[in-house]
Write a protein that binds this ligand. Structure first.
Ligand code: ZN
Length: 230
């Protein structure tokens, strides 16, 4: 059964098919239950892959330190970004450069990087679909709403979608509800809200609107540090 732990902001720790994955590892974000990488490492002895959706500091987080701390961990991101992180960590041999489009087949797991309507300094901003044997998880990264989300639904049928709802830099609640309509996931977990004042949003309002639309998606509102199994 896949397990997903929200660490606050856009940071998730995911276990699927025995593979341990960190996405957008800002472990010490203001909402996170962990104030240091040491504290995090005590609870998480194994990390196989660190996925970074784009190079903004609140998504890159502690990726470099994590590669140093976990000698078996590999970073997976769009080509230029993966290489940069690998280089900074002195771990070029553990950088898996990818790009938006098709399947990235890794031992134990398949990833598909998707577009994200956002900005970045190096490499395109992305989202990622993590495809396991019985479930798939779409992490949207930082993005505005885009119509091709319907292709993600059609091709990968995400069991779970992780969607930003905080507005200002990403979709707000209204846009995220539309994203749920396009993606048709079985579950959605809202993210990228209430980390700081600019992205204040009420996840209960998001849940209410998804319900009112009659969408067959269950909204799971997690507290930072809380785990969802499905
Ligand atoms: Zn960003």
């Amino acid at each position: 059964m896949p397990r997903v732990k929200w660490l606050g902001h856009a940071a998730f720790y995911i276990e699927i098919d025995g593979v341990s994955i960190l996405v957008d590892p800002w472990i010490t974000n203001p909402l996170s239950p962990y104030r240091s990488l040491d504290a995090f490492a005590k609870d998480h002895p194994k990390i196989d892959y660190v996925i970074v959706t784009h190079d903004h500091g609140d998504h890159l987080g502690e990726a470099v330190e994590i590669l140093k701390r976990y000698p078996d961990a590999k970073v997976v991101a769009l080509y230029e970004l993966a290489l940069k992180i690998g280089e900074e960590a002195g771990a070029q041999n553990r950088a898996i450069g990818t790009n938006i489009g098709g399947p990235v087949k890794l031992p134990g797991i398949t990833l598909v990087f998707t577009p994200a309507e956002h900005s970045s300094s190096i490499a395109h901003p992305s989202g990622v679909v993590i495809i396991g044997s019985n479930a798939s998880i779409y992490h949207a990264g930082d993005t505005g709403l885009f119509a091709e989300m319907s292709f993600i639904a059609e091709l990968y049928s995400p069991t779970l979608a992780l969607l930003p709802i905080g507005g200002h830099f990403t979709m707000g609640i209204k846009e995220a509800v539309k994203a749920v309509e396009l993606l048709k996931p079985r579950y959605v977990i809202p993210m990228h809200y209430n980390t700081f004042e600019l992205i204040k949003a009420d996840p209960e309002e998001f849940a209410k609107l998804v319900k009112e639309k009659g969408l067959p998606t269950e909204v799971k509102i997690l507290k930072p540090g809380e785990v969802f199994e499905f």
